[in-house]
Design a protein around this ligand. Structure first.
Ligand code: ZN
Length: 134
């Protein structure tokens, strides 16, 4: 994700992103909107638990990445409701182009999987059929 988008997330959600992510936000800019909404939901849910944002018990991200073309948001101090929010965001990302955020499908090229809209499919990619497990 580009530095500008990373900075916007950090500034808007300083408690969630108070720890340095080892490699930054490791996904495409197309998922920025999903990450933004996920962060808003996590922040709201976190505040509802009663832990103030400056508390050690307030949730925070440890790693945010695209892993095997899935959005992963690893954190600490998460409860079940927060896990469900993360899962929903990941499901949304699985049909959103990682480059631009438009509706996308899963493509593979040389074992490299990526969710792409029709515009951003790398040449030589093959569509991964629906119903494939994993
Ligand atoms: Zn796209």
């Amino acid at each position: 994700m580009n530095a500008d988008n990373e900075r916007r997330l950090r500034e808007a959600f300083p408690a969630l992103y108070r720890k340095e992510l080892p490699f930054g936000f490791e996904c495409g800019d197309g998922w920025f909107g999903i990450l933004w909404e996920l962060s808003e939901s996590l922040d709201a849910e976190s505040k509802a638990t009663g832990n103030p944002p400056d508390s050690d018990r307030y949730p925070y991200a440890v790693q945010v990445k695209s892993k095997f073309c899935m959005l992963r948001w690893y954190g600490e101090n998460l409860n079940e409701a927060m896990d469900a929010l993360i899962e929903a965001a990941s499901a949304r990302a699985s049909t959103s182009c990682e480059t631009c955020g438009a509706p996308g499908r899963l493509w593979v090229r040389r074992r490299w999987y990526r969710v792409c809209c029709d515009t951003h499919v790398p040449p030589g990619s093959q569509l991964v059929e629906d119903g494939k497990s994993g």
